[in-house]
Design a protein around this ligand. Structure first.
Ligand code: ARG
Ligand code: ZN
Length: 512
């Protein structure tokens, strides 16, 4: 057998190896050129699966049919993100952070499996300086290529081979106005906070930064002893060593990289015991800025009531812990970081009005819609934001703060004329994704009836838990659950470039 070099084209490489080579494809603008001495120069791109022409490499170290080189999964909206051809199983993240200077050292051990034959490993990395890189214990050459760091292996690894890459990088968290349009880590008065959706993690550590590759995570965060460090999962260990302390957090449920939480500041940890849900026992752990414990009080009770309400409506709460993290972060911004969503202390300030109910319901609902089931591409963002927005409207209805009819009508009236279709909105976090998504769900509920609608939501989570899904898959499951052809409905409410109809359809459910 011969080595045949195939430039990996995104999604095609993630599949069964039957790569369709379309270099001009808009799916994958970020493709590396083969340069390895052990592989022949690429032949002009064929339009079908290449035959394994008998080329004779000089010194083949491994014999495989094709060598793929991918630096992207081919997300249409974020074409540089992710890497096809690897499946990361675990990230072991060691951070050393000095909040005063903003220096952030990250040493990341990434374990996974090759899903294609390749002689390189690529991770998203946008900004930090690479200090060292190794694969399976051997130092390797690492080159920064655009928004990727590429590790060059000296032989070809085969499908199914495991790898352990370790990369050490340094970056500096920018001072100044804390939050712009970008995601990443930001400074506050006494610490750092982060919002990483959609591509923030790669601005401070190497990562396969796309929801299609979920993994488990460990974080060892070393900070000065006078502050606390927080990440997702269970607080496993606190090790004090002189004037620095290492906080170890373990996230054992698969998690997409955009759901990583990283906080450093003066925090108190508040345990609120356990709650019995249909999923079993869920433990409640909140994190609040030091001295703001009393302000947390009203949200502790609301959170328990919301957990019970959504667990009943959407099916079993998907994780075994939950809590609120209230930080000195951007007002008006919240983030559904897995198991421990982030809120600003300016919003959760101790009062309990519509804004607080809305934010708490929205980020909790994301644990099902976003965290358990994540978008397969960023164009599918309404599967996160539309669902969480509809959930917040359901909560308002539940507590009598409004009715679902009124909320749905307001959502429909709020929609802009442009920015459509819902299935690929112009703005990731705009009115189209949030209110347009909620309006589409309400219209779907009216079309298929309450029983099928809520059965569909539950089925959606069961089918795609710990994974990702597309809008087309949602349509398919909706048709299956309701037993109807919903082609016209999705054309009108989800895929129309002009936006949805002006009115909701008539209700299929007698009496609402
Ligand atoms: N997913 C968050 C929410 O709706 C919003 C995140 C906004 N991210 C950003 N980079 N602006 O709860
Ligand atoms: Zn949201």
């Amino acid at each position: 057998m011969a080595i045949f070099t195939v430039v990996c084209v995104a999604a095609a490489c993630a599949g069964d190896g039957d790569a369709v080579i379309t270099p001009e494809s808009t799916l994958a603008p970020d493709i590396t050129s083969p340069t390895s001495a052990t592989t022949p120069a690429p032949t002009p791109a064929p339009t079908t699966t290449p035959a394994t022409t008998p080329t004779t490499p000089e010194t083949p170290t491994t014999e495989v049919d094709e060598v793929f080189r991918s630096t992207s999964v081919g997300d249409p909206r974020y074409p540089t993100l992710g890497t096809a051809g690897i499946d990361v199983e675990h990230y072991d993240v060691a951070l050393d952070i000095d909040p005063t200077s903003g220096r952030l050292d990250a040493t990341v051990r990434i374990s996974g499996t090759f899903t294609v034959a390749t002689d390189q490993l690529s991770f998203d990395l946008d900004g930090p300086t690479v200090r060292t890189a190794s694969v399976d214990g051997d130092e390797v050459d690492a080159t920064v290529e655009g928004r990727d760091v590429v590790l060059h292996l000296d032989d070809v690894r085969d499908v199914g081979d495991g790898f352990v890459a370790e990369i050490a990088v340094t970056s500096r968290v920018e001072d100044g106005p804390s939050f712009g349009p970008d995601a990443g880590v930001f400074v506050s008065d006494d610490g750092l906070w982060s919002v990483n959706e959609p591509d923030g993690v790669s601005t401070w550590m190497p990562v396969n930064d796309h929801p299609t590759d979920k993994a488990t995570w460990t974080f060892d965060i070393t900070v000065p002893t006078d502050v606390e460090a927080v990440a997702n999962g269970e607080l496993d260990d606190i090790t004090v060593s002189g004037d620095s302390t290492t906080w170890t957090w373990r996230q054992d449920d698969p998690m997409a990289s955009y759901l990583v939480l990283l906080l450093v500041d003066d925090y108190e940890f508040v345990d609120d015991g356990e709650i019995e849900l249909s999923s079993g026992t869920v433990s409640l752990h909140h994190v609040v800025l030091d001295g703001r414990r009393d302000d947390l009080e009203p949200y502790i009770d609301v959170t328990r009531r919301q957990l019970e309400f959504f667990d009943e409506l959407f099916g079993p709460y998907p994780f075994d812990r939950y809590g609120l993290a209230i930080a000195d972060s951007q007002p008006g911004l919240a983030m559904e970081t897995q198991g421990l969503p982030l809120f600003s202390v300016a919003d959760l300030d101790g009062s309990l009005g519509p804004l607080q109910h809305l934010l708490l319901a929205h980020e909790l609902a994301h644990q099902w819609f976003g965290d358990a089931v994540s978008p397969a591409t960023w164009d599918d963002i309404w599967l996160n934001e539309g669902f969480a927005t509809y959930a917040q409207m359901l909560w308002f209805d539940e507590i009598g703060m409004s009715t679902i009819e009124r909320e749905a009508e307001l959502a429909l009236r709020s929609l802009p004329d442009d920015g459509w279709p819902l299935s690929a909105p112009t703005e990731l976090f705009g009115t189209v994704s949030y209110n347009g998504g909620a309006a589409a769900l309400h219209a779907l509920r009216l079309t298929i009836g309450d029983d099928d609608f809520f059965a569909l939501l539950r089925r959606w989570v069961v089918d795609h838990d710990e994974g990702t899904a597309t809008t087309a898959e949602f349509e398919r499951v909706a048709e299956e659950v309701s037993g109807r052809d919903l082609g016209d409905f999705f054309d009108e409410w989800v895929d129309s470039p002009d936006g949805p109809p002006d009115e909701y359809p008539a209700s299929a459910t007698e009496d609402g």
